[in-house]
Design a binder for this molecule. Structure first.
Ligand SMILES: Nc1ncnc2c1ncn2[C@@H]1O[C@H](COP(=O)(O)OP(=O)(O)OP(=O)(O)O)[C@@H](O)[C@H]1O
Ligand SMILES: Nc1ccn([C@H]2C[C@H](O)[C@@H](COP(=O)(O)O)O2)c(=O)n1
Ligand SMILES: [Mg+2]
Length: 276
């Protein structure tokens, strides 16, 4: 299953070890919560956050697919752009600066965006987060790691041809100040120069899943679904393995045959987990 998921992307060039380490860390996040604690985010909560960054150019369909992921897998959706637009609407101290930056197609200082994301994470009862449109720059990425203190478990990249993105944005009709040809051109330039290096960074870390973002919304979601389904399977497998290990040690002194049988069952379980 994991190899099938990996083959979705030509840009997934991660090593087996990187993938395995990432998976082990993610099992912890999805099951026990004994992984490293995120500073300030989950201190009062029981579970370690499971974080997915959702990346892609303007109009590549990030927001549209996030709605489907939320419906199917129960994540909390935090859109960096929506949080910034909310700041503008609330006429906060940073509102005017954010509006000018967005109109120019530029990127808001990381500290501002990360603080907004941090607040939403702290307020949420969920521990599974889809962080949409973030990090857009290396500065965003480093700032998130420094302030929140965790790395993402999964990074989705919606890879869409520029002409399709432009067409979608110009047809969006949601009254956004940046949905005009002039700003879109600037946003595309910023995406190429500042966001692609972030995408490459996660590719090298073995965390990137590239989705070919053309076709209908449902067709695209069928590429997304197996990624999260695989993590769910892994978390169930990890739980089963833990139970098996407990049984193994408990029964160790009871019966030699039973011990051997459970030992073989465990070996089989480990084998199956590395296959999926
Ligand atoms: N597969 C698709 N085919 C055609 N149109 C689509 C598809 N997916 C999304 N759209 C439409 O394209 C527009 C942009 O989609 P969406 O808002 O999800 O993109 P986005 O990546 O979040 O963009 P932005 O970065 O600007 O917020 C929307 O009007 C949406 O309804
Ligand atoms: N990490 C981010 C995310 C968004 N912005 C600004 C600049 C974007 O053009 C705009 C809209 O975001 P979108 O809704 O397209 O995700 O918001 C930013 O500065 N930093
Ligand atoms: Mg969006």
């Amino acid at each position: 299953m994991w190899r099938r998921v990996a083959s979705l992307s030509s840009s997934i060039s991660s090593s087996f070890l990187a993938q395995t380490a990432s998976r082990l860390n993610s099992w912890e996040s999805l099951t026990t919560g004994i992984a490293q604690q995120a500073k300030g985010v989950i201190a009062p909560k029981e579970k370690t956050p499971f974080i997915t960054f959702v990346l892609g150019g303007p109009g590549s369909g990030k927001g549209t697919q996030c709605i489907k992921i939320v419906e199917t897998f129960g994540f909390a959706h935090l859109s960096a752009g929506d949080l910034l637009r909310r700041e503008i609407a609330s006429k906060s101290a940073d509102g005017a600066m954010i509006l000018n930056t967005i109109k120019e197609g530029k990127i808001v200082p990381s500290q501002v965006t990360v603080k907004l994301i941090q607040k939403e994470m702290e307020l949420s009862d969920n521990h599974k987060f889809l962080i949409d449109g973030f990090p857009r720059t290396e500065e965003n990425r480093v700032s998130f790691e420094r302030i929140i203190g965790v790395e993402p478990n999964v990074v989705l990249f919606f890879d869409c041809p520029e002409e399709e993105m432009v067409k979608r944005v110009l047809n969006r009709n949601e009254g956004r100040v940046d949905d005009n040809l002039e700003t879109i051109k600037k946003r595309l330039t910023v995406f190429q120069a500042l966001s692609l290096p972030v995408i490459n960074y996660y590719s090298e870390k073995g965390k990137l899943y590239t989705i070919k973002a053309i076709g209908t919304e449902d067709e695209i979601f069928e590429q997304v679904r197996p990624i999260f389904a695989a993590f769910e399977v892994c978390s169930v497998s990890a739980m089963i393995l833990s139970i098996q290990l407990c049984c193994f040690f408990l029964l160790h002194f009871e019966s030699e045959n039973l011990t051997t049988a459970l030992f073989l069952l465990n070996l089989f379980g480990i084998f199956v987990m590395f296959l999926i």
